[in-house]
Design a protein around this ligand. Structure first.
Ligand code: NAD
Ligand code: DAU
Length: 351
């Protein structure tokens, strides 16, 4: 079946993996990547598919409602996979307005543009919104998990803006009958992640013998999933997920930050030919993140039971592959960290 699908945020970390998967796997689909190219968007993530006949890149802001309306009409869009967002918690603490604007108004602008285009004819249409486990708040060390029924309890401006966007998506289903689906995923890792996030930041800092800033005592827990497995889940849910449903996506792979950091240090040192433990001296405990959620853990059993998805990669393999990728792609890292980002990083006290 031919389809015309807008993927928003397709030049970012997860979006670029989703765009590449869809362009390669579905030659009959026209994939229209709509991305504003903020500091986090990078067309170098897409060189593998940039000349594919079924791929179009549009530089645009999802908050520009008129532009979204014209894109939906021009390309006769029948599907949306919405990933564009401001995604970094630390930035949201400094600049919450940008997060509310992009994540809430941007999502509303896309929903309203889809509604205008589809005019109540929802046969074979789909609006798929990508969200985060952070909307559920924080767990204690008590073995519990976030399920699809966990009440929302966001703590950061980032998670509050994502929670709000999720509510708008549900409201468009309940009010207008729009065929929506939402997923809430845990922490992703892998190639092409912007090096302000824990794993690529620490790999890059070890490379440059720079301090590794561990927030608080390093005791917070995150549930890590390889980005390619997230893209596989998005593929399955876009095609087979039930309308108006929510699916949690996660790896059942919880790591205390400090334990994960030690694995990263060990792996980078080994691959760089440093003696074992050489870069442990770079670990520096710094002031904790404000409102720092203690523990995230996703129960993704619904997705496994209903749609047969589960992670394909063991964490040990994934982290080895990831570290190798960043060490083999130092030019990609250097291009990003040489300009504006480096200034931001210095301001964030970590330099
Ligand atoms: P990212 O920051 O790497 O990429 C975001 C992309 O969105 C960039 O290409 C950026 O240019 C684009 N963008 C930002 N504002 C835009 C605007 N106004 N108009 C058009 N494009 C805009 O983010 P990511 O880590 O790839 O996350 C993608 C999505 O997945 C987000 O919605 C995020 O909330 C969600 N998510 C991320 C994770 C994770 O671990 N990274 C986990 C769960 C959910
Ligand atoms: O859970 C899903 C979320 O995961 C996504 O919705 C977000 O978009 C994504 O950024 C990520 O959020 P986190 O805040 O969990 O990721 P981050 O890589 O920023 O931090 C991971 C953990 O490491 C967190 O407990 C904070 C800690 N940390 C992070 C940085 C950048 C440090 O100790 N030092 C650091 O320098």
């Amino acid at each position: 079946m031919n389809r015309n699908i807008i993927i928003t945020g397709g030049a970012g970390f997860i979006g670029s993996h989703v765009v590449c998967l869809f362009v390669n796997k579905y030659p009959d689909y026209h994939i229209i990547n709509v991305d504003k190219l903020t500091y986090a968007g990078n067309l170098a993530n897409l060189t593998d598919i940039e000349n594919a006949p079924n791929y179009t890149f549009i530089k645009a802001d999802i908050c520009d409602f008129d532009k979204m309306v014209s894109l939906f009409a021009e390309y006769n869009i029948d599907g949306v996979i919405h990933l564009a967002a401001e995604s970094h918690v630390d930035r949201s603490i400094k600049d919450p307005f940008t997060f509310a604007h992009t994540n809430v108004i941007g999502t509303l602008s896309l929903l309203q543009a889809a509604k205008n285009q589809w005019k109540g004819n929802y046969a074979d249409k789909r609006f798929y919104h990508i969200s985060t486990d952070e909307v559920y708040g924080s767990l204690q060390f008590d073995g519990t998990f976030f399920t699809e029924d966990t009440a929302y309890s966001p703590h950061s401006p980032y998670s509050a803006s994502k929670a709000s966007s999720d509510h708008f998506v549900r409201a468009f289903h309940d009010t207008y009958g729009m065929p929506t689906v939402i997923t809430n995923c845990s922490n992703n890792y892998g190639p092409y992640q912007f090096p302000e996030k824990l794993i690529p930041l620490f790999i890059n800092n070890i490379r440059h013998s720079k301090p590794l800033p561990v927030y608080g005592k390093g005791e917070n827990v995150r549930d890590w999933l390889y980005v390619v497995d997230h893209a596989r889940a998005i593929d399955v849910i876009f095609h087979e997920g039930k309308i108006a449903e929510t699916y949690n996506i996660g790896g059942f792979n919880e790591w205390k930050n400090i334990d994960l950091i030690k694995v990263i240090v060990k792996t980078v040192d080994r691959l760089l030919g440093n003696p074992d433990g050489h870069s442990l001296r770079l670990i520096t405990y710094v002031t904790d993140r404000a409102g720092h959620d203690l523990r995230y853990a996703i129960d993704s059993n619904k997705l496994k039971k209903e749609l047969g998805w589960e992670p394909s990669l063991q964490f040990e393999e994934g982290i080895e592959e990831t570290v190798r990728w960043y060490l083999d792609n130092q030019e990609w890292l250097d291009n990003i960290t040489s300009g504006e980002y480096e200034k931001y990083y210095q301001e964030m006290y970590k330099g």
